[in-house]
Design a protein around this ligand. Structure first.
Ligand code: PGA
Length: 250
């Protein structure tokens, strides 16, 4: 893992009302006291401000699950980067496969969202990953190549120095099927080599690449032993504070 600081991020998706989110965040803030790993939770939008309040003295940071790239305007239902910052967010998840699948996001919108995040000093977590069909037809690396090349088009390497990439094979999300540690390592190595090819060695060495897809307390350790796995993006298992804290304390 060289000198990269691990990041364990929880994606709460469309779960938890405000009181439920605050309760879980409070429990987590009490359970987790670690300075060797970065920790982030991404609750739904309406819970950002109250959750921000209860974690501000803890080592847990706040993230959002999405943003819109314009700074303001007549865009009913959208949320701007500055709004997220003012709600206490330091991170934003971009291009999650569920957004690509159900809400029409594509490499072009992902690219604009990453630009908007960086302009506003939010740390973007760019999600990439192949479907089961892609994997079966041996298209995994083509798909990832396209998602990275197009998603990161037009950036300089210095602009991307905070970027985090999350490799989330779609067939492993919420299914209980995890990529084996060897499968994860193979793809993470490929992604790092792509970053090296496009942006050079310095960014390739420093960029954090997370694994996501059915990460649990009993598989985090072996995943984290892989040299190119720098953390995890956790869905289902991040909803319970105790379970998530076990993953964080791997
Ligand atoms: P999961 O979700 O851990 O429930 O598989 C991961 C994700 O979608 O980020």
């Amino acid at each position: 893992m060289e000198n990269r600081r691990p990041l364990i991020a929880g994606n709460w998706k469309m779960f938890k009302t405000c009181p439920e989110a605050v309760e879980t965040a409070m429990q987590l803030a009490q359970l987790v006291n670690i300075n060797t790993v970065d920790v982030m939770i991404a609750p739904q939008f309406t819970a950002l401000v109250p959750v921000s309040d209860v974690i501000k003295e803890s080592c847990v940071s706040l993230g959002a699950q999405n943003l819109f790239w314009e700074s303001e305007g007549a865009y009913t239902g959208e949320i701007s980067p500055a709004m997220l910052v003012s709600a206490g967010c330091g991170y934003v998840i971009i291009g999650h496969s569920e957004r690509r699948q159900y809400f029409g996001e594509n490499d072009d919108s992902v690219n604009k969202k990453i630009k908007a995040a960086i302009r506003n000093n939010l740390i973007p977590i760019l999600c990439v990953g192949e479907s089961e069909k892609n994997r079966e037809s041996k298209e995994t690396f083509n798909v990832l190549d396209r998602q990275i090349t197009k998603g990161l088009e037009g950036f300089s390497s210095t602009a991307l120095d905070t970027l985090v990439i999350a490799y989330e094979p779609v067939w492993a999300i919420g299914t209980g099927k995890t990529a084996t540690k060897e499968q994860a390592q193979e793809v993470h190595r490929f992604l790092r080599s792509m970053v090296e090819k496009i942006f050079g060695n310095i960014l390739a060495k420093s960029i954090r690449i997370l694994y996501g897809g059915s990460v649990k307390p009993d598989n985090i350790k072996e995943l984290m032993e892989m040299p190119d796995v720098d953390g995890a993006l956790v869905g289902g298992a991040s909803l319970d504070a105790k379970t998530f804290s076990e993953i964080i304390n791997f």
